[in-house]
Design a protein around this ligand. Structure first.
Ligand SMILES: [Fe+2]
Length: 545
């Protein structure tokens, strides 16, 4: 037994810890986190975990596929999670204990040249997730990997390590994806993304959605299967979030995209709840249960993503991090959700007010802001690329002088945006590229030094990638297309279809290819390139490719 019979489940632990707290102590997430911090037991501390044999597993446990992520020069994280019956609570595995999972990594797809192999224990405590950080590999090399349990063998994944930091690279290509509401349609975009030649994929949030999903899988309109009723309510408990990841990861198109490329992931709001801000829930509910819910959501996220970082502690999980690709690029992957001030003016689209313009307001939190500015200062890369969640550039929705703005995006945190741009200036960064998700449409935008002055300097570009599936089939020119394009002269492109974006970086330019999928509410959609743009090194601004 892993867990003595009298030890409460993680959900119970969180609820009990939350209930013991005085409401006023939830005024800041920090105090809540400190008070709630319970030991998330590290697998290494679980040496006493009884190990059961593979014969206790009675069906193929590799129903969720494999994934790799967070590549470094010569290292990469391999991931899988065992789930013989993925859509059932407990996934058909013993409620306690652990089982040994073998892994191997080879230079070839047929595993004739295996360069590393080993084993790791999958623990009930972590929902039988396996994270293996393989290091000592060659830099900038493609590898193949797979897992085994007893006679069961996982699908084969392909991965690639990052190049050495000082190396001169000719060109590197990446994918940009976000927003994959299962109930809004098929993950057809992922099927096509799997066929691209990429060094890695950046996922900038909304990997799951919390809303209930009906028996037909919403707009997927399944006729060949019925989803269990336990998906038909909003996620709240650790079990809810774990099951939601199982449903998503059981999707063959999502599995194909994970098996084809390593991913760097960061989250936005729906991994917990729509438009939450740090410790504040969407609709002003009681913060105590929300903190418990958020901790459960963060934990399920960690269990299901190919992340190198250690397990969440208490209610926090540090997700912002920095990656270098040769001399060519420094990626600063942000978390604009966990540390932000609450949305001003009641959230939504609102006119700016002294509340939204308060200079103290933060989107990244003070520590992440300092880390970001310091990283820019030290950067020697040709390109400074910032994969992050919400739209950075100004978006007015009318041509009137005064216009409503999105209070959830950087427009709702103008002082934080100004500090970001001041840090870019101070560091002398010339080649700033923001990669964004959240809005379920594609944009290409010039980042202006002062969005109130259309002739102010263009200091970088923002490529906003559309959603994989959220908001259904979409259309090339949504009803507000003309409005947004005329109200925002720095907006050079807007397309409302589903898809993904590829980014090709070389020493002279970054090229963005916006890939659009014909439809997603039925399987079999085709992909085309909606538009392509470049920005030149030393001469920032969106230009047709
Ligand atoms: Fe979304």
């Amino acid at each position: 037994m892993t867990r003595p019979a009298d030890r409460p489940s993680p959900d119970q632990q969180l609820r009990e810890a939350a209930a013991r707290l005085d409401r006023r102590r939830f005024l800041t997430v920090t105090s809540a986190a400190a008070a709630l911090a319970f030991t998330v037991n590290l697998p290494s501390a679980h040496a006493e975990d009884a190990e059961f044999g593979p014969r206790a597993i009675t069906g193929d446990p590799f129903t969720l596929g494999v994934a790799s992520g967070d590549p470094l020069p010569g290292a990469v994280v391999l991931w899988t999670r065992l789930a013989p019956r993925p859509l059932e609570p407990g996934a058909g595995l013993p409620p306690a204990g652990s089982v040994r999972v073998g892994w191997e990594l080879a230079r070839d797809e047929r595993f004739r040249k295996v360069v590393r192999r080993g084993s790791a224990r999958a623990h009930a405590e972590f929902n039988y997730a396996v994270h293996v950080d393989v290091d000592g590999l060659d830099a900038d090399r493609v590898y193949w990997y797979r897992f085994t349990v007893g006679a069961w063998s996982s699908p084969v994944g392909r991965t690639r390590t990052a190049p050495e930091r000082g190396r001169r690279l000719d060109a590197v290509r990446f994918g940009l994806v976000s927003c994959q509401a299962y109930e809004d349609g098929y993950f057809t975009a992922y099927r096509h993304l799997a066929d691209e030649d990429l060094a890695a994929v950046f996922h900038v949030g909304d990997y799951i959605y919390e809303y209930g999903i009906d028996a037909a899988g919403g707009d997927r309109k399944y006729t060949d299967r019925t989803l269990p009723a336990l998906f038909d309510h909003e996620t709240a408990t650790l079990e809810d979030y774990r099951l939601r990841y199982s449903l998503y990861k059981n999707d063959p198109d999502l599995q194909a995209a994970h098996a084809a490329h390593p991913w760097y992931v960061t989250w936005d709001d729906h991994e917990v709840e729509n438009n939450y801000a740090a410790g504040i829930p969407e609709k002003g509910q009681d913060p105590a249960p929300f903190i418990a819910r958020r901790a459960a959501a963060y934990r399920a996220y960690w269990e299901n993503m190919p992340l190198r970082m250690p397990q969440p502690r208490g209610t926090e999980l540090t997700l912002y991090r920095r990656v270098h690709f040769g001399q060519l690029a420094q990626f600063d992957i942000l978390d604009t959700r966990q540390y932000r001030d609450d949305q001003a003016n009641g959230d939504g689209w609102q006119y700016p007010t002294p509340e939204s313009e308060d200079p103290r307001r933060t989107l990244m939190g003070a520590a992440q802001e300092r880390w970001f500015a310091e990283g820019l200062r030290r950067s020697r890369a040709t390109w400074n690329v910032v994969p992050q969640q919400v739209v950075f550039s100004r978006r007015k929705n009318t041509t009137a002088e005064r216009s409503k703005l999105s209070m959830d995006a950087w427009d709702g945190y103008p002082a934080a945006r100004e500090r970001f741009l001041a840090a870019v200036d101070r560091a002398g960064v010339e080649n700033l590229v923001l990669l964004t998700g959240d809005v379920h449409v594609a944009y290409a935008l010039d980042v202006k030094r002062d969005f109130d002055k259309p002739d102010s300097r263009t200091v970088g570009v923002e490529f906003v990638g559309t959603s994989i599936s959220s908001d259904g089939d979409g259309e090339e020119k949504p009803s507000n297309w003309q409005n947004l394009m005329s109200a925002n002269p720095h907006m050079k492109f807007y397309d409302g279809r589903r898809g993904y974006t590829t980014l090709t970086l070389d020493r002279h330019q970054v090229r963005a290819d916006y890939r659009a999928v014909s439809h997603i509410t039925r399987p079999g959609g085709t992909v085309t390139t909606a538009a392509s743009f470049v920005t030149e090194a030393g001469n920032p601004g969106i230009r047709p490719a």
